[in-house]
Design a protein around this ligand. Structure first.
Ligand SMILES: CCCCCCCC/C=C\CCCCCCCC(=O)OC[C@H](COP(=O)(O)OP(=O)(O)OC[C@H]1O[C@@H](n2ccc(N)nc2=O)[C@H](O)[C@@H]1O)OC(=O)CCCCCCC/C=C\CCCCCCCC
Ligand SMILES: O=P([O-])([O-])O[C@@H]1[C@@H](O)[C@H](O)[C@@H](O)[C@H](O)[C@@H]1O
Ligand SMILES: [Mg+2]
Ligand SMILES: [Mg+2]
Length: 207
């Protein structure tokens, strides 16, 4: 949802950064790769040790690279299928690091199986959300729908993790993870339903 609501605004806000990187001779692919590495470092260096707010700030410093890389590609006329593939594939790594870092903490030092399970559910369901869209597009359908797209998932988990640490409230993060898991499951259903409608319309549904 945030993607549709805020993409234009984010382009205006992050445009100058994209233009600076292009002037410095940095390529969109480098931004995609470095951004992913930064997100992974923020998630896996801090979250497993319970240092959530620090990890969130480091992740936030890098996660917007997912917006900047596309702006750079479009502004420089370098949008490519390879770039689209790299962008989407590395997004999965960043997402997995964020939720995986939470799983590692709650399955370890945090000693909270319920929280570890909720974070794992979000990791799994979030990856299925993205796969459902990618597989649809691979079959010639579209599935760009859902209430829990990547930006929605990341804003929810990062804001919750930040404030849960600041206010020492595991319940806050637990409630958000639970709601996010439900929203991600609904998004999978939304994407499957939209593909089934397209398949029915084109007579491509088996008996
Ligand atoms: C006091 C301090 C409090 C701090 C606590 C809060 C911290 C956390 C807050 C926010 C962090 C979360 C950020 C959300 C993630 C944003 C990244 C994201 O998900 O972006 C998704 C999309 C981008 O998608 P995509 O990659 O598909 O688009 P591209 O534009 O990249 O285009 C892809 C095409 O480009 C070509 N290409 C790409 C790469 C390449 N190498 N080569 C190429 O050729 C190719 O054609 C590709 O197909 O973006 C969006 O969704 C835009 C909206 C993002 C919404 C973020 C909103 C966050 C704003 C504020 C957060 C609220 C915080 C509230 C805090 C409350 C505190 C009181
Ligand atoms: O919103 P979502 O479908 O889970 O995930 C999205 C992918 O489908 C898209 O290919 C990618 O470019 C976006 O940045 C985001 O990762
Ligand atoms: Mg991107
Ligand atoms: Mg992306």
């Amino acid at each position: 949802m945030l993607n549709r609501l805020l993409r234009a605004s984010m382009t205006k806000i992050l445009g100058p950064i994209a233009h600076l990187f292009l002037r410095l001779g940095i390529s969109p692919d480098i931004v995609t790769i470095v951004g992913t590495v930064g997100v992974c470092v923020g998630a896996l260096a801090f979250f497993p040790r319970g240092e959530m707010w620090v990890g969130v700030l480091v992740i936030t410093a890098f996660v917007f690279s997912d917006n900047v890389d596309g702006i750079m590609a479009r502004e420089s006329g370098r949008s490519s299928k390879w770039g689209a593939y790299l962008d989407s594939t590395l997004d999965r790594i960043g997402d997995s690091a964020i939720f995986g870092g939470l799983v590692l903490f709650y399955a370890g030092r945090g000693n909270n199986q319920l929280m570890a399970g909720l974070a794992l559910a979000c990791l799994i369901l979030g990856s299925v959300v993205s796969y459902a869209k990618a597989r649809a597009e691979g079959l010639g359908y579209t599935a760009n729908v859902g209430i829990a797209e990547r930006a929605d998932r990341l804003v929810a988990v990062l804001v919750a993790a930040f404030f849960a640490d600041v206010f020492d409230s595991t319940v806050l993060l637990g409630v958000v993870l639970g709601l996010l898991a439900v929203a991600s499951f609904i998004t999978v259903l939304q994407r499957m339903l939209t593909v089934r409608k397209q398949a029915l319309a084109s007579g491509e549904v088996g008996a």
